[in-house]
Ligand binder design. Structure first.
Ligand SMILES: [Zn+2]
Ligand SMILES: [Zn+2]
Length: 895
């Protein structure tokens, strides 16, 4: 009879099983119009890099859900994919070019895109392989990439439709500009950092008469773009100046002083310089007063022709020169330190330059209205619930979304400009001539769309939209969108807006937000700290199942989780425990020998009914937890059952039955309990459960009769256990709970009195309602507790004795352990007295030392403190010894 290897070697079975599942086509669902499918569209992984633990957590949580629903018999689709990650990928490839001494402009757009495709394809292959390594059971036949033809057409279609409805427009607006990436960024792509800078007080001379107005600014170089000074009309200091004008220093340009209620009189001097082309608040003031816009910077943040003598200088070099010049003219009144929040590019960390620029925008408010509705009325549920409020707050204050990027890598904007008549065309199909004048002189908009524009369409673009495909009709809307909480706005909110807009339906029913992964001490993982766990290293050291288990135990929706060596090791120990338990059962499960003596897989004795009932309770609990997305807790409960109940108690009890040759054999039932537990565990630990299940199945089939649970060729398509009312056996649980409690209490006594493992001790058990039931299990109690004889008696039989005894009061029984047989009471008493005397001696010495003035004066404070602590510890020990001594003397049946 074949045996499973002695030690579990994950590397040997993981690839074998993944390939087999893939070959059998288990990951690809069949469309069955009579059944509701379960669908997860995987958040597309950025092509920019290797998978980290965050991806592994996403993949594991989704795989748990997907495997669970598949085992429940639902047609299950998990659609994988990757994201071209526009700006991030472009930055990576630009850096590679820079290492070769080249720039993207030198090699040109076409060649650059070709290089980026090469890089992206390589990266996509490695992302796919890593997901497979993790056991992700996604349907690779439906894998998508955001730049694939289908999703690309979806992007253009969505853009054109929004444009036709007036929801996409081109306009000059204030945007966030990254001078390094040389592109516009959306508000979400800007990271705000607190910076200690300076507040510069600059004097602007009045054009008539003497005097000047002093303005305060953090960016003095922007004075070159000032078109007014604004003051609050209620500000007595400046009221009379409204309507007059000042002259900009150095360049001698006259600008008006305007009154605007929005000016904060408490900031700086209360007089505000207005640079409308480079500040969002200033732009609003300018619009109210019809002030002109003067852009003073080039795209790389050097000063342009509007900067007069400063043209060509880089922005910070310009600042230094401006300050020196102002000082020279005595126009710099003072400089104060000033801490403020400054935006930085989330991709390259360059300081953002706010800038008015001609860009494409989505008018988001009308879209947000519908997206608010579906969350408010519960059609989309966000888990955990408290993110609902955060979502609604953001949506209610949403601003127009800048979607054009001055990049090369991404979806080109489907807009063409006619060089002849100047009109523009917006179209899904590329035009060859101008639709208005027939000219062939048309050029496409050079910009690409924000990456999040294509990811916003992901749930429907991956299923074939805008075509009315079978997949779209059957699998859309999807069931769960599972992702990290930090991209709720970047992505989830936009998917809801665009899904509703494009399809008229919600994109998913539930949003499950998971937390971030931190190291064992709760610190954020970062390369700088050196506390990053590489998933591939963890896999080769602990195996995939242990990694998955470590990542997800203790997780709950929306909360961060800690992962490190300890958790990985304990997960691996659990896998080994399972392996060894199965191995033990398989060794003893000899079909030929047992055939005659077994009645099959049904419970026969009380412990069988007990474990069966406990397993049934577990199934019920796990199912409820899974429905509430509490996967971490579900996993913990399975772990506790397998380790503590099944291995520590049930298998030990079964061994007694085997040793005493009591027919019928416990093994077929033991094996079938394990088999069911493996099915319960499969979504969490797919590989080891498949390997063990296959071995168990071979041995169990002869006993299975018409039990179909074991018929499928793989555990991943076997049914997930369902709780059955008839399996509950409360009376068996009551008796076994009591047996376990009695055994535990006797074991504790043995440990407390350091009884040698080979020594048997006696015990009496007095019980009320369980007399006959416990009497029947006396042998079990004796063997497990190493106590003989164990006499089970009714409570009325309880008599007082003169012997020293320990009494343990339990839920349904009292256990009486005579001390006489257990320890040599006299010897024990002498040991305790001897130990107490010794401690007393040491206490006296220490006390004397601590009273000595010489010691207290000379010794450093921490030495004195240490000695005091030592004294406290000794005193505590003495107290405990006295307690033990008095317990020894007073313990008796009736005390
Ligand atoms: Zn940047
Ligand atoms: Zn034209």
């Amino acid at each position: 009879m074949s045996e499973i290897p002695k030690a579990y070697e994950p590397g040997k079975i993981e690839l074998k099983w993944y390939d087999s599942w893939l070959k059998q086509g288990y990951f690809t669902p069949e469309i069955d119009p009579n059944r509701k499918p379960f669908v997860i569209i995987m958040p597309p992984t950025n092509v920019t890099g290797e998978l980290h633990l965050g991806h592994a957590l996403t993949a594991t949580l989704e795989d748990i859900m997907v495997r669970w629903h598949r085992m429940k018999g639902e047609p299950t689709l998990w659609l994988p994919g990757t994201d071209h990650a526009g700006i991030a990928t472009q930055v990576v490839v630009e850096r590679q070019l820079a290492r070769r001494g080249q720039t993207k402009d030198e090699i040109g757009r076409e060649k650059f895109i070709e290089l980026t495709w090469e890089w992206a394809n390589k990266s996509r292959g490695s992302i796919r392989r890593q997901h497979q390594l993790l056991g992700a059971s996604c349907d690779w036949t439906r894998e998508r990439f955001t730049l694939d033809e289908g999703p690309n057409r979806a992007v253009w279609t969505a853009f054109v439709r929004l444009y036709d409805k007036g929801l996409v427009y081109r306009g000059e607006r204030m945007i966030n500009w990254c001078p390094r990436c040389q592109t516009a960024l959306s508000d979400l792509e800007v990271e705000h950092k607190d910076i200690i800078g300076h507040l510069y007080y600059v004097r602007y001379p009045l054009t008539r008469g003497d005097g000047f107005v002093t303005v305060a600014t953090t960016r003095p170089e922007t004075f070159l773009g000032d078109t007014a000074v604004a003051v609050n009309p209620h500000d007595k200091r400046y009221k009379n100046l409204i309507g007059k004008s000042v002259s900009l220093p150095i360049i001698d340009k006259e600008i008006p002083i305007v009154g605007d209620e929005a000016v904060d009189t408490s900031f700086g001097t209360g007089a505000l310089k207005i640079t409308p082309a480079h500040d969002p608040t200033d732009l609003e003031v300018a619009q109210r007063h019809n002030l002109p816009l003067v852009d003073i910077m080039n795209v790389d943040a050097t000063m342009n022709e509007n900067a007069g003598p400063y043209q060509g200088l880089e922005r910070f070099a310009c600042r230094d020169r401006v300050l020196a010049d102002l000082e020279g003219k005595n126009l710099l009144e003072k400089i104060e330190p000033y801490s403020h929040s400054v935006g930085h590019c989330c991709r390259c960390q360059t300081m953002i330059e706010p800038k008015v620029s001609l860009q494409w925008f989505v008018r988001t408010q009308p879209l947000a209205k519908a997206a608010i509705e579906v969350v408010k009325d519960g059609r989309i549920k966000i888990i955990p619930e408290h993110f609902t409020k955060i979502y609604l707050d953001w949506m209610e204050n949403i601003r127009d979304w800048c979607i054009s990027r001055q990049l090369w890598w991404g979806h080109r904007i489907p807009v063409w400009y006619c060089q002849n008549c100047g009109k523009l065309m917006v179209s899904v199909d590329e035009p060859s001539t101008c639709a208005y004048c027939g000219s062939r002189q048309i050029i496409q908009d050079p910009d690409v769309l924000d990456t999040w524009f294509s990811s916003a369409l992901w749930p429907h673009s991956t299923l074939g939209w805008p075509e009315d495909s079978d997949d779209l009709r059957y699998f859309y809307p999807s069931s769960v969108m599972e992702t990290a909480y930090d991209i709720l706005f970047f992505w989830v909110a936009r998917m809801i807006m665009m899904g509703l807009e494009d399809t008229g339906q919600i994109p998913f029913h539930t949003v499950y937000l998971h937390g971030l992964i931190r190291d064992e001490s709760g610190e954020k993982m970062s390369k700088l700290r050196g506390n990053v766990t590489d998933p591939r290293e963890a896999i080769s050291k602990y195996g995939v199942d242990a990694l998955r288990f470590a990542l997800t135990t203790g997780t709950s929706p929306g909360n961060d989780t800690n992962v490190g060596k300890g958790k990985l090791e304990s997960s691996r120990n659990f896998v080994n425990k399972l392996w060894n338990a199965t191995r033990f059962i398989l060794q003893s499960l000899d079909v030929e020998k047992l055939g005659a003596q077994t009645t099959g897989l049904k419970p026969q004795r009380i412990e069988d009914y007990w474990i069966d009932s406990q397993l049934n309770r577990l199934v019920k609990g796990v199912t409820e937890l899974m429905e509430k997305f509490q996967f971490g807790e579900a996993e913990q409960q399975i772990y506790d059952f397998v380790w503590s109940k099944f291995c520590d108690w049930y298998i030990e009890i079964a061994k007694i039955r085997l040793r005493s040759q009591l027919a019928p054999s416990p093994y077929p039932f033991l094996a079938s309990t394990l088999e069911k537990s493996l099915r319960l565990l499969h979504p969490f630990m797919p590989f080891v459960t498949e390997e063990l299940w296959q071995s168990l199945k071979m041995r169990l089939l002869p006993f299975a009769g018409n039990d179909t649970a074991m018929m499928p060729p793989s555990i991943m398509i076997a049914p997930y256990p369902i709780a059955e009312d008839k399996a509950f056996a409360p009376e068996a649980e009551r008796v076994m709970d009591s047996v376990i409690e009695i055994v535990r209490s006797i074991r504790n006594v043995r440990a407390q009195y350091k009884v040698k493992p080979s020594k048997w001790i006696a015990a009496r058990v007095y019980t009320g309602g369980l007399l006959s039931k416990l009497s029947a299990e006396a042998n079990m109690i004796e063997t497990l507790a190493k106590a003989r004889p164990v006499t089970i008696l009714g409570r009325q039989k309880r008599e007082s004795t003169k012997d020293k005894e320990l009494v343990l009061v339990l839920k349904e029984a009292e256990v009486v352990v005579p001390l006489a047989g257990m320890v040599d009471r006299l010897a024990e008493e002498q040991r305790l007295i001897r130990e107490s005397e010794e401690i007393k001696g040491r206490i006296t010495q220490l006390e004397a030392r601590l009273r000595g003035e010489a010691f207290l004066e000379k010794a450093p404070a921490q030495v004195v403190e240490k000695e005091k602590q030592k004294l406290a510890m000794l005193e505590d020990k003495l107290r405990r010894l006295h307690q033990e001594l008095s317990q020894l003397n007073s313990s008796s049946a009736d005390s």
